[in-house]
Design a binder for this molecule. Structure first.
Ligand code: BG6
Length: 473
């Protein structure tokens, strides 16, 4: 069974709707791939698939076989049957995907009358794209005039109809992946959409009044943020992996429930499982000029069999606007006290690391992770960079002000965070990392908002903790 977060009632109480309750109509004109994509979508959701053609009453089949076009009066009983099949599947808890052209709004309303919980997935393509698809299908001859007339009949889904359109001008498996991700998502405002990003990974794209951003569902990983009228603030490696279960290099990896390597289990993934896990988008809305997204991760069989086997709920709020807000709330759902580390591992883009200074940490002690044994240091003035740097400042929530040497200052303020990390791999380490370009170290600096080591968070059962960062550029 695939469990989807559908119809959340709020960040603290998302309703888990299983795929078995899904009633989906894959709609579109002939040649849009309804049968193929519908079947693949059903397979992916692990629920049955039906082609609505198989539900026509005998009288319609006789008409069609004789080349007589169907009238709407012929269609109503058929559409009622389509709706009934969907409603029955919903009630029986089997779920169902049906391929049905449903070109007109009245047809969709007829289906909805029988099955009010239906979602429509419109396979949308231009005349050109559809024509090319049909040409490649030897078993399916459709004169161009007929395709044009189908497109003329098509009434696209309106904002008040349940469902969404997916562009078919992309590989079939990407159409399926996008449909699965969007069926799992809440209603989205116009400034937010879900697409298939690099490596076939689902990505939430935001184009808000005050800023634009991209967040991959894998790791709820913010890979870009650009305030309107400004330049991109976050750095991504040009050679980052974009693959299921592989960390992304750059943006804001979300480290949880441990930071770095886990001493107790060297085979455990560095920086915890959260950055490799598939998060659910449970809320998306606009607040003034800001776009607010809420992602959710809970324990699973996989996390419970990891080095951190606890029950938890993590809610990650990403606010995209003139500032980027990142807020991670972790709730202990276990029956025992739990301890965890966490970090918003923010990669900032800089013109040249040699010219960068970071102020806010003057006089504060840091642990030098590169010294053996690790030793303490501190700076009287702003931090500058001339070699590999890997420092942890503990017990401080100081604002970090990063001057890039070219006129821009990025400020990161923190709340609920007592650790700060500064990291730049410099030459040798960059060269040793497969997912990091040899020269890319010059263009980035990590300034992390965290709770690690002695600042790790301990929560009694039922307790929660929130750590937030606000980035201003
Ligand atoms: C930093 C650590 O936070 O992350 C570094 O302080 C580490 O020690 C860096 O190398 C990158 O980690 P990863 O696992 O993404 O390569």
């Amino acid at each position: 069974m695939q469990s989807l977060n559908l119809d959340p009632t709020g960040p603290t109480a998302p309703v888990q709707v299983s795929a078995e309750a899904l009633q989906v109509v894959v709609m579109g004109v002939s040649g849009s791939g309804k049968s193929t994509i519908g079947a693949l979508l059903a397979h992916s959701l692990e629920i049955p698939f039906l082609d609505a053609d198989g539900l026509h009453p005998q009288s319609n089949i006789v008409k069609m076989a004789g080349g007589v076009p169907l009238t709407d009066d012929d269609r109503w009983p058929w559409l009622a049957l389509v709706g009934e099949a969907l409603a029955d599947a919903g009630a029986a808890g089997t779920g169902l995907v049906i391929a049905c052209s449903a070109l007109k709004r009245v047809y969709r309303e007829a289906i909805l009358q029988a099955a009010p919980n239906v979602r429509f997935v419109h396979l949308a393509g231009s005349l050109e794209v559809l024509g090319n698809r049909l040409e490649g299908r030897s078993e399916h001859f459709m004169p161009p005039a007929l395709l044009r007339s189908q497109l003329a009949t098509l009434e696209e889904l309106q904002a008040d109809e349940p469902g969404f359109a997916v562009d078919i001008d992309q590989p079939v498996l990407d159409v399926v992946a996008e449909s699965v991700a969007r069926l799992a998502a809440p209603a989205l405002p116009a400034s937010v959409w879900i697409a298939v990003g690099r490596g076939g990974l689902p990505v939430v794209r935001v184009d808000g009044a005050a800023g634009a951003a991209e967040v991959y569902l894998q790791g709820a990983h913010v890979t870009s943020w650009t305030p309107s009228g400004g330049a991109p603030v976050l750095w991504m490696s040009a050679v980052s992996d974009f693959a299921p279960g592989r960390p992304l290099r750059g943006g804001v990896p979300l480290c949880f429930p441990w930071f770095g390597a886990l001493a107790a289990d060297p085979a455990a993934p560095g920086h915890g499982f959260a950055r490799l896990s598939s998060w659910h988008l449970v809320e998306a809305g606009e607040q003034g000029d800001d776009v607010v997204l809420v992602f959710r991760l809970t324990d699973s069989d996989e996390t419970r069999s990891s080095a951190w086997p606890h029950r938890f709920e993590a809610l990650y709020t990403v606010t995209v606007g003139a500032r980027l807000g990142l807020s991670l709330r972790v709730r202990n759902l276990d029956t025992t006290t739990v301890t965890f580390e966490e970090a918003l591992h923010t990669y900032l883009g800089v013109p040249d690391i040699h010219d960068v200074t970071v102020s806010g940490f003057e006089g504060l002690p840091y642990l030098d992770r590169l010294a053996v044994p690790q030793e303490q240091g501190s700076d009287d003035g702003p931090v500058s960079f001339s070699s590999e740097t890997d420092r942890i400042y503990l017990g401080t929530d100081a604002d970090a002000r990063v001057s890039d040497g070219a006129g821009r200052t990025v400020t990161i303020t923190a709340e609920g965070s007592a650790s700060r990390i500064l990291w730049n791999p410099w030459t040798a380490k960059a060269a040793a990392m497969a997912d990091f370009g040899d020269d890319e170290w010059q263009a980035m600096l990590c300034v992390e908002t965290a709770n690690v080591r002695d600042d790790a968070i301990t929560l009694a059962p039922g307790e929660s903790h929130t750590m937030s960062a606000v980035i201003t550029a």
